[in-house]
Design a protein around this ligand. Structure first.
Ligand SMILES: [Fe+2]
Ligand SMILES: [Fe+2]
Length: 166
């Protein structure tokens, strides 16, 4: 039977678990999209591009889910993690004041772009939308996937900021 590779399909199982090969397939489906590749042009922290950052967050999210047996849906988790910073601009460039309050608003832009280019479900949208909690104090993560993404993003961001400066 042909393996389902489409990361955009609506998930049937609430607790879908993927092995490492399936995990990499899901990620490569998303990462092969030309607009996702565009994230390689933008710096997230230090010398790390937004693409590398999202890839790291996706892998760490998967590991947290596996190691801690949290029973989150891997497909939704990987999709949300790879697209959580899919805002597609350089947030360091404040010269034209194009992106003030980046920390507060970039999750909205990431959701907008993810909806435009992928058929994501509302749970994935919500996970992306809430990933900046507690900076966005009212956007409390509500699902396992959202909590794992929020945690993995914090861990990766701190590490990149402290140890991978330019
Ligand atoms: Fe973010
Ligand atoms: Fe992030």
């Amino acid at each position: 039977m042909r393996r389902k590779r489409n990361s955009q399909r609506v998930t049937q199982s609430r607790n879908e678990h993927l092995d490492r090969v399936q995990m990499e397939e899901i990620l490569s489906d998303i990462q092969s999209h030309e607009r996702v590749q565009e994230m390689k042009q933008y710096i997230q922290h230090g010398r790390i591009t937004t693409y590398e950052h999202c890839d790291r967050v996706a892998h760490l999210s998967y590991r947290i889910n596996q190691k801690l047996h949290l029973h989150a849906n891997d497909r939704e988790l990987l999709t949300a993690a790879m697209l959580h910073d899919f805002y597609l601009y350089d947030w360091h460039n404040y010269d034209d004041n194009a992106h003030p309050w980046h920390g507060y608003h970039h999750a909205d832009k990431a959701v907008e772009n993810a909806r435009l280019h992928f058929h994501i479900n509302p749970r994935v949208e919500k996970a992306i939308w809430s990933h900046m909690w507690p900076l966005n104090i009212t956007r409390v993560p509500r699902t396992r996937e959202a909590w794992i993404l929020c945690l993995a993003d914090k861990i990766v961001s701190v590490k990149e900021t402290l140890t991978e400066r330019k």
